[in-house]
Design a binder for this molecule. Structure first.
Ligand code: ADP
Length: 361
């Protein structure tokens, strides 16, 4: 149970590379925070600075009000779980889990109690006498979690812990990590490049790009109120559609123009723009008319059937628009049809700064 505060944290590697710049964040007690972003954006570097595996170039990190910059890693009360499990191959599962506790001179009976409890929670009781090579990837990852768990850390750090597992197991372990967090009174910080993992695990998500925080928010807000085009495009699968439109003002009403089609737009924050990037999620476009929608005539290009829904790629001139269709409308490739874009859930971005026009005003 701990809160963390990051103040103007920066990391410059010895070769001069700026991996993290001016990182500011407060993490609350017991919060599940996910750092997400494309490879190389500085997620692991930030996590490693918390663990003490990497020096802090500028700024500070505090845990429960105490600055930890100069505290040695082993005294930070933090446990870290890595992607490659990092288990000792020559030791049994039991001894892998007991290792740090023995080093801390904890009583043998106490160690046994802790390991038994953790093994029960993670369902690895029957593997305690095995060596890591006798375990599957999923079992190894459970042991790695168990080894962290027995230390009763103030903060749990996880660096892509599921990326070595196959898709099905990854889904199962994701749910288990969620349950584990709910059953422990511990702050979790989890690094991933996978937006689904981020959205399903995080109470709040920190989206990073090129060493800079882009947005810190709940999964709901990241999806519905992204601050810029990067966040809008990073979260959501299939990706959000971006369409460049021009704007005109007639009698104090704003109209958008797309492909010679004119449609009224209610967002007052658009008044000062002549052009913007309009964005719409694939599930906000339909094949039947409804009020407050923009009709567009498009050509059906590709139909992907996924069982409970289909993903349709259509062409508006040479622009591609992606539609997620849960009604599984009967459609034929190369046909021209009308689609209807939901006006209520449109997003607009400044073309120069890439920022959401609703955040600029
Ligand atoms: P992520 O975890 O988001 O994939 P990292 O934090 O591992 O990214 O790395 C951020 C950036 O810092 C990357 O461009 C990486 O190449 C660079 N980097 C990482 N470690 C070092 C190092 N020891 N020396 C120089 N550059 C490094």
């Amino acid at each position: 149970m701990s809160n963390l505060l990051f103040k103007n944290l920066s990391k410059v590697y010895e070769n001069g590379y700026k991996a993290v710049t001016d990182f500011n964040l407060e993490i609350k007690d017991n919060e599940f925070i996910v750092f997400v972003g494309p490879s190389g954006c500085g997620k692991s570097t930030t996590l490693r600075m918390i663990a003490g595996l990497e020096d802090i170039t500028e700024g500070e990190i505090s845990i429960d009000g105490k600055v930890i910059n100069d505290i040695s890693p082993k005294d930070r009360d933090i446990a870290m779980v890595f992607q490659n499990y990092a288990l000792y191959p020559h030791m049994t599962v039991y001894n892998n889990m007991a290792y740090a506790l023995k080093n801390d001179k904890i009583d043998k009976e106490e160690i046994k109690k802790k390991i038994t409890n953790a093994a029960k929670l993670l369902q690895i009781e029957e593997y305690l006498d095995r060596k890591p090579k006798q375990l599957s990837g999923g079992q190894k990852q459970r042991v790695a979690l168990g080894r962290a768990l027995v230390r009763n850390p103030k903060v749990f750090l996880m660096d892509e812990p599921l990326s070595n597992l196959d898709a099905k197991l990854r889904g199962q372990m994701r749910t288990e990590i969620n349950k584990l967090h709910k059953s422990l009174n511990t702050t979790f910080i989890y690094v991933t490049h996978d937006q689904t993992e981020a959205m399903t695990l995080g109470d709040r998500i920190v989206i990073m790009k090129d060493g800079f925080i882009q947005q810190v928010d709940t999964p709901y807000n990241l999806y519905h109120k992204p601050v810029n085009t990067f966040v809008a495009g990073f979260i959501g699968s299939p990706q959000i559609n971006f369409l460049d439109i021009s704007l005109i003002n007639k009698n104090n009403k704003i109209y958008g123009i797309l492909d010679d089609k004119e449609f009224s737009l209610g967002n007052p924050n658009l008044a000062k723009y002549k052009e913007v990037k309009m964005a719409i999620r694939p599930e906000e476009i339909h094949f039947t008319p409804f009020e407050e929608s923009i009709p567009l005539n498009v050509k059906i290009n590709i139909i992907e059937n996924l069982g409970d829904h289909q993903i349709i790629y259509v062409l508006l001139g040479d622009r591609e628009i992606i539609i997620t269709d849960y009604k599984k409308t009967l459609l034929k490739q190369n046909d021209y049809i009308d689609i209807y874009i939901n006006k209520k859930n449109l997003l607009f971005f400044d073309k120069e700064s890439t920022c959401n026009v609703d955040n600029i005003n």
